[in-house]
Design a protein around this ligand. Structure first.
Ligand code: PLP
Length: 377
């Protein structure tokens, strides 16, 4: 059996080696390292894949979120609603821009923002909501858009963990997550579902005017060469990373299928083990399983993690500390309601190895060790 890893990027690379080498070589031969044709073609390919009008590649997913908020002209003191159970980047950029993160609790089974709690958190100062499609499954976007439209609030989708997931509207229409809100943001960090070989990110929108503004902000607020309309940032996707992404985007649907197969096999094999809850799939979204995350009962999560570690099964805790308890946010004026679900999830979730190259024997081994734990202890 191949050694277990949370993410096996090397085995994935081995299958696309020649194509990647060719694409990278072409870029180096051209010596078009910044804003080369690879970046333009990738933006075009991604916009076709997602069905959005404008794609602006940028340096990473955190920059994508920051640029999105800058493009919406959010002002210091404005409130931005985020889920309390997410990666820090989502809320960090809000503070950086002098905005106020308002943290809302999540659903105990889908891990995504609780829409009822969200509406309660809206005040006259609320300017934006950042739904995070956590672990690979969409937030109830239709309900979020209804609330956002009712109050005149922007929606910035954080699609860093769910690129490729499809949302189905109640009228049967299907679309890519990240294309529903006013702006979508994603990350191409190597371990993400569409990962490059370094840092990368992108911002997308169907509003062409907004798209032009996003492009300008990502490039020093520059409208034309040496004409700067506003304060921007320097955030670019390298041509070499775009060259890698142009290859990997072609496989993204296959990768999503491989992840889905692995998740289905885990869920089937783990059935009947008392003490854990396997992931829930909602009817309105496909699940691209960025993470396969179990909920453990009876406060035995850390014990299970240690047991797995001792049996050479890696696992990770996404996320061990609620955002509002992080030192970074203390004294930052964050608004926090009652967040019992987040507090509980941080103590009870555990993510198993999940990637495109998991084999049945590896999964059998992992499942058997989990069975051992609950049988023997
Ligand atoms: C990875 C991630 C980000 C940040 O992406 P980087 O490219 O690492 O900056 C933002 N939000 C979520 C939910 C993420 O998982």
């Amino acid at each position: 059996m191949r050694e277990l890893q949370m993410v096996d990027l090397k085995s994935q690379y081995n299958k696309i080696k020649e194509e990647v080498a060719f694409s990278i070589f072409e870029c180096i031969e051209d010596a078009t390292f910044i804003n080369g044709p690879q970046v333009k073609s990738f933006a075009q390919n991604l916009s076709e894949y997602l069905g959005v009008k404008s794609v602006v590649p940028c340096g990473n997913g955190t920059d994508a979120l920051q640029i999105a908020m800058m493009a919406l002209d959010l002002q210091p003191g404005d409130e931005v609603i985020v889920p309390s159970f997410t990666y820090i980047a989502t809320a960090e950029v809000i503070c950086l821009l002098g905005l106020i993160p308002v943290m809302v609790d999540v659903d105990p089974f889908t891990f995504n923002i609780d829409v009822k709690e969200l509406e309660k958190a809206i005040t006259p100062k609320t300017r934006a909501i950042v739904p995070v499609h956590l672990f690979g499954q969409s937030v109830p976007m239709e309900e979020i858009m209804t609330i956002a439209n009712k109050y005149g609030i922007y929606v910035i989708e954080d699609t860093a963990q769910a690129i490729g997931a499809k949302y189905t509207f109640s009228d049967g229409r299907t679309t890519s997550v990240g294309s529903i809100g006013h702006i979508g943001c994603t990350s191409f960090f190597p371990s993400k579902n569409l990962g490059c070989y370094g840092d990368g990110g992108a911002i997308f929108t169907n509003d062409l005017e907004l798209g032009a503004k996003i492009r300008m902000i990502a490039n020093h607020g520059q409208e034309r060469k040496y004409v700067h309309k506003c304060i921007g940032v320097n955030s670019r996707l390298d041509s070499l990373q775009a060259a890698v992404l142009n290859v990997k985007l072609k496989y993204l649907n296959e990768y999503a299928e491989a992840r889905y197969r692995a998740a289905a096999y885990y869920s089937k094999s783990l059935k009947g083990i008392e003490g854990i809850v396997t992931p829930i799939e909602v009817p309105f979204s496909t699940h691209v399983y960025h993470q396969y995350t179990l909920i453990t009962m009876d406060g035995r999560r850390d014990e299970l993690k240690l047991f797995l570690e001792n049996n050479n099964v890696p696992s990770m805790i996404y996320y061990p500390i609620p955002l509002f308890e992080q030192d970074a946010f203390q004294g930052k004026g964050i608004k926090v309601g009652n967040l019992p679900v987040t507090t509980e999830l941080c103590k009870s979730v555990i993510s198993l190895p999940m990637h495109t190259e998991l084999s049945i024997d590896q999964q059998d081994y992992i499942v058997e060790r989990i069975r051992d734990f609950f049988k023997n202890t």
